[in-house]
Structure formats: structure tokens, C-alpha cells
Design a protein around this ligand. Sequence first.
Ligand SMILES: CC(=O)N[C@H]1[C@@H](OP(=O)(O)OP(=O)(O)OC[C@H]2O[C@@H](n3ccc(=O)[nH]c3=O)[C@H](O)[C@@H]2O)O[C@H](CO)[C@@H](O)[C@@H]1O
Length: 341
Amino acid sequence: MSKIVVITGGGTGGHLKIADVFIDELKNRGFEVIYIGSTYGQDRFWFENDDRLKEKYFLNTSGVVNKKGFAKIFSLLNIFYKALFCLKILKKYNIKKVISVGGFSAASASFASIFKKDCELFLHEQNSKIGALNAKTLKYTKKAYSSFHDFSPIKDYPVDVKFFNKQRVRSELKTIAFFGGSQGALAINNFALKVAPKLNEMGIKIVHQTGKNDFLRVKNEYLKLGINADVFDFSKDILEKMKEADFCVSRSGASTLFELCANCLPTFFIPFKYAAQNHQYYNAKALFDKDLCYLQNEDDLDIELFFDILKEPNLEAISIGLKEFIKPNGAKQIVDDILKD
Ligand SMILES: CC(=O)N[C@H]1[C@@H](OP(=O)(O)OP(=O)(O)OC[C@H]2O[C@@H](n3ccc(=O)[nH]c3=O)[C@H](O)[C@@H]2O)O[C@H](CO)[C@@H](O)[C@@H]1O
């Protein structure tokens, strides 16, 4: 069997994090990995200087979902043109297995794997609602994996095992973290700034990930409020920040959500309302239905209710429940399954 696997997909951190976890898992088993992503989105930021990869290609492709008319046709033609380039890569390295982690970055290499007769396509869908490209390629896949959908033979999310290793049952509220997902979230930044003075009065320490675009504004606002918060735009080691927190306010992007579960950190989710098919809301609802998180839509945010929750945040029961909700080794099981024949 060829010892080189192609991983494709990205655009945002939620997809790229899965690629990252699979790269480690494959490298540990002596496989080499080629990554194919896009020049748009965050793919370069995550993998351009990654020494684990045998090769990396960033194609000039972009999404088609939100485009209309000629722009849409042009994007589609471009994706197919780049698929021919990907086909050459698959042939050159005799690739037999391509793993897509979704997002528009995955389109060209996924189509190339479908064109190549002796190549199998595998898919990881992170969210509760199936993404546009994944919905199109699903029927051509050898196997598809998801923590939300019945078609998946493996339900555990491929969370980096380090989040489990630093798992902690929370019992006392000393530190609160605000996470906006890989790009940060204006709504969470504004909410944090509104509740910060009272949190500060209550003696609660604030850790706040703002995203790159809003970092300076938020940092300055904390300075004006005279609050000594740990403010950062993006951290390569988010676990360092997470493990310190006893409660979190976060977007419900799938990778963040399952990392929070793995770490047993009770969370108040504020989903990104424009996510396709409102998938962030449904991601969090899977936890909410089991009383394992707090959940509020951005438009209904209620500061009084938030502080009511903080009076008796049920930390221990939620923390213990999260431990049961997700088991480690999701990545290992999926890669075992991909490599098994
Ligand atoms: C706006 C948007 O379209 N968001 C989507 C995107 O979210 P987004 O890109 O925000 O993805 P997630 O929240 O799922 O994951 C973010 C990843 O980045 C990491 N991280 C984040 C901040 C930081 O400072 N350092 C760091 O390493 C997190 O640990 C996590 O692994 O992909 C997710 C997975 O498909 C979807 O559920 C989201 O709806």
C-alpha cells in the first residue's frame, strides 16, 4: 500500500484542526502526508511552515456557495481546472487515499480523487448539518465520519488527545474564558466587555481570545476599564488558556465545542447565527439537550440571566457529564478505519 496520504480542506480553523490531528496520527504510523488547501482562508497560516508535511499545495480556489451568476460559474470552472492539477499530484505520488476535512479548500482534490479510479475518498464532517461540498461528495466517499450523523461508523470527534490529558472537573468559579472561534467573534467580544466590570468586582479573572481583527480595540477597552485581563488574538496553544478556566463563553464551532467537552469545561454557548443551516446552534443543542451546557442566541443575550447562571453555575455536574459525553481516541479510531484495507 502507498505510504503517502493526501489530506485536503480547510478555510477556517475548525476544518484545519481536524487536518492537524490526522497529520499527527498518520505520521505516528510512519505515513507521509501531502496537504492540499487554498490560498484563501487560513490554510497557509496553519500549514505553510509545517515540517510534518511531505508537500503542501495552496491552490487559488474560492467558495461557490455565496456567489451568483458569472462569479459562481467562474469559481466552479476554476475548481474543476485545479482538480486536473490535483489529479496530476495524485498520479505522481500514486495516492490511494484522500481524506477531506471539508470546506471549499477541499473541492479540487476531492473531485480529483473521484476522477482517479484506484483512489478512495474519505470525509470528516465536523458539524450537525452537512456542509455544501460534503453533501455533494458524500455519495462518492468510501467512508464518511461525523459525531452527529448516523452514517458514521465512529462517533467520537477527533480531538487532540492533549485536551483529554489536561481534563479537569471544575468546582469553583475563579477564571472565565471568552472564545470566539478561529477568527474571533464581535458579539462575544462586545458581550465580554459588557460583563467584565461585574466579573472583575466578583474577583473573577478574565481570559479573552478576540480574533485578529478586533484585538486592539478589545485590549484598549479593558485598559480603559482598568481590568487586567489576559487578552490575545489567537493562541497556538489554546489549551494553556482553556485549562486555567472554570467556565467559558464561546461560539459553538464544532472543533472548539468538542475540545471544551474533552477538557470538561462547562460552557455558555453563543452560536454564530449566520453559520450555514444554523449549524452552530444545532452543534450546541446536542449538549444542551443533555443539560451539558448553557445556550443562548446572540439576539436574545440577556446579561441578567448570565449572572443568574453564574450565581449557581452547576460546574461539577456539567464537568462530570462532559467526561461521559466524549471519549478519547476519536482520531485513532478514524485513522485505523481509513487504513484498514
Ligand atoms: C464562522 C464559521 O464559519 N465558523 C465555522 C468554523 O469555525 P471555526 O474556524 O471558528 O472553528 P472551530 O471553533 O470549530 O475550531 C477552531 C479551532 O481553532 C483553534 N483555535 C482557536 C482559537 C485560538 O486562539 N487558537 C486555536 O488554536 C481551536 O482550538 C479549534 O481547534 O468551522 C467549524 C468547524 O467546521 C464550524 O463549526 C464553524 O461554524
